[in-house]
Design a protein around this ligand. Structure first.
Ligand code: AMP
Length: 402
């Protein structure tokens, strides 16, 4: 029997997101989420895509092992259990692959050790990703486990874009450089944009704006990333839901020396209490737009700061690429917030950028152009699909042996 299914796992510190796909036609068979693992009120929400059934479990889920076992039971109830001979592999999202992992990789002990070594540069994410991998390995030791890294797509960045202007010896010793994140999304969306334009990825230059709760921009030349806005960690770059993005590093010294804050407090402030949320108390763009419509000046200023930064990155990546075929919006805000798309390119007609009001207002979940037909540079909306990209990369690596 041919092995055509891939289970994708995205393991967070207290959550486990999963999707089971059939790679013959990239069809989803089941999707779900386990939340609040190890907490008082865990929840598993499972949807069998084929039947449309959704089920919820609220029993105790003490750890990731229990979470994956509960997921396995739900999949078995739908007749697509993890013991099926059709399962080809499990694909894992791993946030930080450093410079070492430039490709999806079948996990073995050496790979686990290397992911572990990267924990100091991804303390929030890599430990949770490792837990997910180890749990899945214990459940199906015979099955290939593939790690797909958020950083891999950005490893093509030239040194001039990847290095900070600090002593290279010091930087190398502590692995300090710009790695970039959301790579599976940037890879998928830049490829789909080329398809939308009827061209090959090698033939186009694209600026990808991944605007979700986390947000990042990338400059992609001929299918390869040449710059991206996140850095050593996901804190650098655009204004995000709760992250500050770019700021003068001296703000940190100032908050410590003058504000009396500890490093941990500053870390939490900049990662969890800043960005749109820090500016106006809301990080959901829908709520911010609603408040602006009601005349709320604080929400309007937060929006303006968000757009100003976004526009600066569009301009910067235009200059990095020299020639741009498309600017593409993706993720929760990019796909849904027409006001953000309109404001981000407003006034950039000199760069050949504009949106068509009617096209931009259309709501649809397929890739589409929102620029006028005669625009020099296409402006597009391309829904991202990180799980499909992880499954595709996983299957490409192991499926051929199925
Ligand atoms: P993501 O991280 O890609 O799931 O994006 C989540 C964010 O997308 C939310 O925090 C909202 O700010 C934004 N979002 C989702 N739906 C909409 C919508 N219909 N209009 C505007 N923003 C939205």
């Amino acid at each position: 029997m041919s092995r055509t299914r891939v289970l994708v796992l995205n393991s967070g510190s207290s959550s486990l997101k999963y999707q089971l796909l059939d790679m013959r036609d990239s069809r989803r068979l089941a999707v779900g989420l386990v939340e609040r693992i190890g907490e008082q009120t865990p929840r598993l929400k499972h949807t069998c895509v084929t039947s449309g059934d959704t089920r919820e479990q609220n029993g105790p889920i003490a750890d990731h092992d229990a979470a994956l076992k509960a997921v396995a039971e739900e999949l078995a109830r739908d007749g697509v259990g993890l013991d099926s001979p059709k399962l080809a592999a499990i694909g894992h999202r791993v946030v930080h692959g450093g410079l070492f992992f430039t490709e999806p990789t079948v996990v073995d002990d050496d790979v686990l050790t290397e992911i572990e070594r990267l924990v100091p540069v991804a303390p929030l994410h890599n430990p949770a990703n490792l837990t997910g991998i180890r749990t899945a390995m214990a459940l199906r030791p015979d099955l290939p486990q593939v790690a797909v890294f958020d950083t891999a797509f950005h490893t093509t960045m030239p040194e001039s874009a990847a290095r900070y202007a600090i002593d290279p010896k010091l930087a190398d010793r502590f692995r300090i450089r710009r790695y970039g994140f959301h790579g599976t999304s940037h890879a998928y969306v830049s490829r789909e944009t080329a398809k939308l334009l009827g061209r090959t990825p090698e033939d186009v230059n694209v600026i990808v704006l991944h605007l979700g709760n986390g947000a990042s921009a990338s400059a992609v030349r001929g299918g390869k990333c040449v710059d991206t806005s996140m850095g050593l960690t996901p804190l650098e770059g655009l204004v995000m839901g709760t992250r500050s993005g770019d700021l003068d590093p001296a703000v940190i010294f100032h908050l410590q020396r003058v504000g009396g804050m500890s490093m941990d407090e500053i870390d939490t402030l900049l990662n969890k209490g800043s960005g749109l949320f820090g500016l106006c108390g809301d990080n959901d763009m829908r709520e911010i737009r609603r408040r602006i419509d009601e005349g709320d000046a604080q929400a309007e200023l937060a929006f303006d700061i968000y757009i100003h930064r976004l526009k600066k990155y569009i301009g910067a990546y235009y200059a990095v690429l020299g020639w741009v075929d498309a600017v593409v919006f993706t993720a929760g805000v990019g796909e849904n917030a027409s006001a953000v798309r309109e404001a981000a390119v407003a006034g950039l007609e000199g760069l050949g950028l504009a949106v068509d009001g009617e096209l931009n207002a259309v709501r649809c979940d397929r890739p589409r152009l929102v620029s006028p037909a005669d625009a020099r540079v296409a402006v597009a909306v391309v829904p991202t699909d990180e799980e499909l990209e992880i499954a595709t990369q996983t299957y490409a690596l192991v499926g051929k042996n199925g």
